[in-house]
Design a binder for this molecule. Sequence first.
Ligand code: 5GP
Ligand code: ZN
Length: 112
Amino acid sequence: MKNNDCLFCKIAEGSIPSSKVYEDEEMLVFKDIEPKAAVHLLAIPKVHFKLISEVDANQAEILKRMLTKIPDIAAKNGCENGYRLVINQGADAGQTVFHLHIHILGGQSLEW
Ligand code: 5GP
Ligand code: ZN
């Protein structure tokens, strides 16, 4: 379901442009606008779901399929030597966009 006020729903439907690197019927991967690493991609489900703490069984299946596809997408986009996956949850993690997204960070040696 779409949330009209959600930035990443708008990116998913294409009404806000993004630098897409991968798209299929249920997920989109695009470049982060303020990269925190040499490669910084964001993988989102096209359907709106908000928080990792609120994922239901159906959404967990979508996430599982996303995770299955990410290694190939990462390797094809400059992360052939490895990458870090991050999901921020809530204020202490600094979550700013409340449409669940997986950060893919790589393209360099990452400090912890
Ligand atoms: P969070 O802090 O919620 O885990 O991550 C949100 C991410 O979205 C941030 O890394 C931020 O740079 C990125 N971001 C925010 N607005 C936009 C945008 O309009 N386009 C793109 N491509 N990335 C965005
Ligand atoms: Zn959304």
